[in-house]
Design a protein around this ligand. Structure first.
Ligand code: NOJ
Length: 739
């Protein structure tokens, strides 16, 4: 099965697995089969136990190895077939040791960071009896209003594909049967990130080409990486809710891609079909969902505590139910649950270790993005004597981010971390502004204090409660009086840096030009404060890049780097200056550029592009060398790759990391193509003066696109190849594909 492809199941294991599965299936009743197709969504332990005795196949984690063992024992010893349980939990970016939020991890452009998080999180969770996580989320999204962008890997399809696969490798390890491996779940299938208006759960209407090129690709990569499960999304896709979408769940996922794992519904996703207005009652919803290809319902509607089901055999073909049960039982077997479903309670991991903390700190340092650094204000080296640390994040411990476990090790504050990291600094800590209101007295006190200090650090951001599921925002500016705080500190004339703690791109236009230096520090997890403190001193050198565009205004959304050109691309910014209305309406900049695609009251482009990020050192690139400038399509199709080399040198005086991005642009094609598409990236650490040759290759899967009939096309013609440190900073080559 697909789950075995990367998880090394031996042939004899597969044989014995199939024998176990078929023996069980042959002796199960309709109700017993259906009971395997349900994961009880957060029942209390006693209620869970009743469901388990009724034969339910999966439950949410009951919060300890002992309780998990108790439920497994009930399943094995008190049910007719003794089938062990799938025990699920959202282990998103940590269990006991919290890593940076996934969006921040994407900013590292280093997939190993995500793989390590998943490996450590899997070991911690598995030790307590969890065997299934509902992660990774690989919903591409170009709408930062959507709170769930924090859970994913940003706006780019390739970045989501690569990071999603890394997470899956980390969770599932070399073998699912290993003690510290758990099942991964690629979610949410599909196009959830395109919710209209960025409002969670909202409608998605999407063309076939966009669905395939943008939203399905990361899932295809997840299936290739051996993902054991896929979760259906809450949203409709062009009118049809994902849970009942046979084209998606069966035709594409299972038939076209050969996915052999389990499709699980989202929490109450079947129940929600009635609100969507496509099912009359729960039996109808269940029937439609299972027929469409759902294998496991999340919620608790399939069987009740007496083992009864509302679903009659007339509503779903037995063959389909058998297929779903087989998928579930195979996963249980692959996990080794039939041999031993129990965990050693004494070995349950209840707290981070030195090693897991070090990995979390490394991840946090790699995820920080230096947005601005005028006059090289950062790092603060030589050390300043008197530092004013001001802002609602100065003394806040809200660093773990959305989807954190309530039992995770809590983070400390930035103030504590700076004092620990920099014992020689004299640090004054002030609030300056609460998160959600303005407070003139706090503001005045901060301004007065600034005069007494050498440098000011403003710790600003959006609290994690504003990010994640059901946390869409319409206004992406810093909430409360934080913008006023930054402006007031700027007014003091003191050198200052702003550190942003947030879970999505923010709109910074009101203050960004006032701030000499800005660090994007996201919600970085348990070791976030220490990582930021080390970045302030220069012990760590920021090398992350933005995985999502930062707009100038929420009204620009959706704004993303891989847009199509339109027939009338704008090349000159609009200039509707205040008090200059006549000029602004028509020009002068706009005079030759009136009928083009832009806003008359905003400069062109975003505040910060996808891929933007600075360093404390500098890098330079040599001339890229393309192995060939012309290649017949046939050669490409039969596996020839176009290789590209480029030299990278650290030209500054600090060790640092450079992210190199390789984009393509198909100049003329049968469908309008994006102006750039990321095809490859790598992050390189170099000492001062050190040079390294980087190598990339482009193949059949990199140079084509999906059309509206669902065919993958690579067309002859000219391709621009851009390589370098960012969108605006690239060397250019042309590759010609010939018939
Ligand atoms: C709803 C979320 O959409 C999904 O991502 C999560 O896995 C489930 N709840 C279970 O908690």
């Amino acid at each position: 099965m697909a789950t075995g492809s990367k998880t090394a199941e031996r042939d004899d294991d597969v044989e014995s697995r199939e024998a176990v599965v078929e023996r069980l299936l042959a002796s199960m009743t309709w109700e017993q089969k259906l009971a395997q197709l349900q994961i009880g969504y957060r029942p209390r332990l006693e209620e869970a136990k009743e469901l388990v005795r009724a034969g339910i196949g999966g439950v949410f984690w009951p919060r300890s190895a002992a309780a998990a063992n108790e439920l497994q024992r009930a399943a094995v010893e008190e049910t007719p077939h003794g089938i062990p349980l799938l025990i699920g939990l959202d282990v998103i970016h940590g269990q006991r040791t919290t890593f940076p939020v996934p969006l921040a991890q994407a900013a590292s452009f280093e997939p190993g960071i995500a793989e390590t998080d998943a490996r450590i999180s899997a070991a911690e969770a598995a030790s307590g009896g969890v065997n299934w996580t509902f992660s990774p989320m690989i919903d591409v999204s170009r709408d930062p209003r959507w709170g769930r962008v924090v859970e994913g890997f940003g706006e780019d399809t390739r970045l989501n594909s690569v990071f999603g696969a890394a997470k899956i490798r980390g969770y599932q390890g070399d073998s699912l049967a290993d003690d510290n491996s758990i099942l991964a779940c690629a979610k949410h299938f599909v196009a959830y990130g395109q919710a209209e208006g960025g409002r969670d759960y909202n409608t998605v209407d999407v063309s076939v080409q966009r669905l395939r090129n943008i939203y399905l690709e990361p899932f295809r990569a997840a299936v290739d990486a051996g993902a054991a499960s896929v979760m259906a999304a809450f949203n409709t896709v062009s009118g049809r809710p994902a849970h009942v979408n046979e084209d998606l769940l069966t035709k594409i996922l299972k038939e076209e891609w050969g996915f052999e794992g389990v499709v699980v519904g989202d929490a109450d996703g079947v129940q929600n079909l009635m609100a969507h207005g496509v099912a009359t009652d729960i039996a109808d919803g269940l029937g439609q969902s299972f027929r469409a290809g759902l294998d496991v319902e999340m919620g608790g509607n399939v069987v009740d505590t007496d083992g009864n089901t509302p679903l009659s055999p007339a509503e779903v073909p037995l063959q389909r139910v058998d297929d779903a049960v087989r998928r579930v039982l195979r996963l249980k077997h692959s996990l080794g649950l039939f041999s031993n479903p129990y965990r050693d309670e004494a070995s349950e991991i209840l707290a981070p270790s030195g090693q897991s903390r070090a990995a979390a700190r490394h991840a946090a340092e790699k995820s920080i993005v230096l947005l601005k650094n005028e006059d090289a204000l950062l790092p603060l080296d030589p050390a300043p004597k008197r530092v004013l640390l001001v802002g609602p994040y100065a003394a806040s411990s809200d660093h773990l981010g959305a989807w954190v476990q309530s039992f995770a090790e809590p983070a400390g504050t930035l103030a504590e971390a700076i004092r620990a990291e920099c014992p020689d600094w004299s640090v004054t800590v002030m609030e300056g502004s609460p998160f959600f209101q303005s407070d003139p007295a706090l503001l005045d006190a901060a301004v007065a204090a600034a005069a007494e200090h050498d440098v000011v650090i403003v710790a600003a951001g959006e609290p994690s409660a504003l990010t994640g599921e059901a946390s869409s925002r319409s206004d992406l500016r810093l909430p409360g009086g934080q913008e006023a705080l930054i402006a007031a500190i700027a007014g003091t004339g003191k050198p200052f840096a702003v550190i942003l703690f947030n879970g999505r791109p923010l709109v910074t236009s009101a203050w960004i030009d006032l701030a000499p230096s800005v660090l994007e520090a996201w919600h970085l997890g348990l070791e976030g404060p220490a990582a930021v403190a080390r970045t302030l001193t220069g012990a760590a050198n920021p090398g992350g890049r933005l995985p999502m565009t930062f707009p100038r205004s929420s009204s620009q959304i959706p704004i993303y780097y891989d847009h199509e050109n339109t027939g009338r691309p704008a090349s000159i910014s609009a200039t509707l200056d205040e008090g200059d209305i006549d000029v602004g309406l028509m020009g002068p900049d706009n005079l030759g550029d009136v009928f083009t695609s832009k806003y008359k009251d905003l400069p062109l482009g975003p505040q910060f592009s996808f891929g933007h990020g600075l360093s404390y050192t500098t890098f330079s690139y040599g001339q890229p060398q393309l192995a060939t400038e012309e290649l017949p399509l046939e050669a490409l199709h039969s596996g020839t790759k176009v290789s590209l080399k480029i030299q990278l040198t650290n030209t500054g005086n600090r060790t640092g990391d450079e992210v190199t991005l390789l984009f393509i642009h198909d100049r003329t094609a049968s469908l309008a193509q994006p102006v750039r598409r990321l095809r490859a990236f790598t992050r390189t650490s170099l000492d001062p003066g050190q040079t390294k040759t980087l190598e990339f290759s482009l193949g059949w899967e990199d140079l084509g696109f999906w059309d509206n009939e669902g065919s993958y096309l690579v067309e002859a013609g000219e391709f621009d190849i851009y390589i370098g440190g960012g969108l605006d900073d690239t060397a250019h080559h042309v590759l010609r594909l010939t018939q």
